[in-house]
Design a protein around this ligand. Structure first.
Ligand code: ARG
Length: 430
């Protein structure tokens, strides 16, 4: 008696873990399997509690499954929701340079509300936010997760780490103001402490700057920031906490140092050479190359408050970065899609796909960089080890975009996505 009661109790406890039945079905005229690159026709995505339960050919739906609430997209091609691995949702692209000094983290978070909605609307159902003041990215993620705001799933870094005067620091004011960004940390001990703080306050990933940047005042894109020992301490600490590391790096020495320190991705990678490409390939380090943003900076920059010195830097960085992107594609290095949206207009995240095709990728490779490969770099998996995003496979969130036509023939279709579904729920076009 006692035994059977406890058995019943344990069975009841287990009940939610046992596979329940699908609660909805989404029909696609075609569905792109981003692993194989195959377009499958007449597919049914069975959804169970916001996740993909299974995907079956339409004619194999059981009588019971035929009766489920359905979203009929038989005139469309379904793909997994897209992923942008480098955004700043809390950054207003109209407020660069000195204008940003007027923006408190609270104001930035409020701006992020609109940016998050625009990003999701563009078919980007997941983003990695790399750098935000005052942990505004953490708050935004929490509000979206709580269902208070529409927006993509967010994986966030909190404040970017860098050395005093580095790309992440506030270098706009003279010393009388003693302005110092939250993420400034020097030497292994301070760096470890800052990584721990970021994790304590809700970061999923650690971002640091390994070289100067285009948009920061008085930093040199070619000059390294942090010694190898500092980078190694940062990577060891982040990896101990289970967090991946993203290194902002334009200049070659900083790229090589970051690779040597074992970072998980190099952001920008503008001046990467053959030797560093080979090392990245050997180690399986991802490159996240934002090859569209240069156009925005050079066309809109001054009107958006971008400093004259930044425009001068961008003139060399942008072109070389595109050429080196082509080399990276040829070399077979892992590339994940990241755009630096926030430097430019949120919601235009899909524009870079076309640039990537123009600079050497096939449309399928470009789509994979923004789905499967981004998801692998994110390394965000459920308890069964399945990818949570970036694929339409059992266990993943039912985050789906739909376009009319064949994106493998026409990549520009992904610039204006008519239908967006997040967690099995329609968010656009339905
Ligand atoms: N956030 C970057 C920086 O300031 C933007 C660089 C953009 N330019 C480019 N060609 N990717 O360094």
């Amino acid at each position: 008696m006692l035994f059977s009661r406890s058995l019943t109790a344990s069975l009841l406890c287990l009940a939610p873990l046992v596979q329940a039945n699908p609660d909805a079905v989404i029909i696609g005229g075609q569905l792109l399997d981003v692993r194989s690159g195959k377009l499958l026709t007449n597919q049914a995505v069975l959804v169970e509690q916001q996740h993909v339960h299974s995907i079956v050919p339409l004619h194999q739906l059981t009588a019971e499954q035929q009766e489920l609430p359905r979203i009929d997209l038989s005139g469309y091609t379904l793909l997994p929701g897209l992923i942008d691995m480098h955004v700043h949702l809390t950054a207003n692209p109209a407020a660069h340079g000195y204008r940003r000094l007027q923006q408190t983290p609270i104001r930035q978070a409020l701006f992020g509300v609109t940016a998050a909605a625009a990003t999701l609307d563009a078919g980007f159902t997941t983003v990695r936010n790399l750098g935000a003041a005052g942990y505004a990215d953490v708050e935004l993620r929490e509000a979206i997760n709580a269902g208070e705001l529409p927006g993509p799933r967010m994986r966030v870094s909190g404040p970017t780490l860098c050395m005093t005067g580095g790309h992440c620091d506030n270098n706009l004011l003279p010393h009388t103001y003693q302005a110092r960004a939250t993420g400034v940390a020097n030497g292994a001990d301070e760096i470890r402490s800052q990584v721990r703080s970021n994790m304590k306050y809700g970061a999923d990933v650690i971002k640091f700057t390994a070289t100067g940047g285009v948009l920061s005042r008085n930093t040199d894109v070619n000059a390294s920031q942090y010694s190898l020992a500092e980078m190694q301490a940062l990577v060891a600490e982040a990896h101990d906490r289970g967090a991946k590391v993203a290194a902002h790096a334009h200049g070659l020495q900083g790229i090589k140092r970051a690779l040597q320190a074992g970072v998980d991705s190099i952001e920008h990678a503008s001046f990467i050479d053959d030797e560093a490409l080979a090392l990245a390939k050997k180690q399986g380090t991802y490159l996240v190359m934002d090859i569209y943003v240069s156009d925005y900076i050079l066309q809109e920059g001054e009107a958006a408050g971008i400093l004259a010195e930044s425009l001068a830097k961008e003139r060399t960085v942008g072109q070389l970065q595109r050429q080196n992107f082509s080399k990276a594609v040829k070399a077979g290095v892992k590339l994940a899609y990241g755009t630096d949206a926030g430097v430019y207009t949120h919601g235009l995240n899909g524009r870079q796909l076309q640039y990537m095709v123009q600079w050497g990728m096939t449309p399928l490779e470009a789509i994979q960089s923004a789905t499967l490969h981004a998801a692998e770099l994110l390394h965000w998996r459920n308890e069964q080890g399945q990818l949570n995003v970036g694929v339409l496979e059992p266990g993943a969130f039912a985050d789906i975009i739909a376009v009319k036509g064949d994106p493998l023939k026409q990549i520009s279709l992904l610039q204006q996505i008519p239908v967006v579904i997040k967690g099995g729920e329609p968010v656009k076009g339905l």
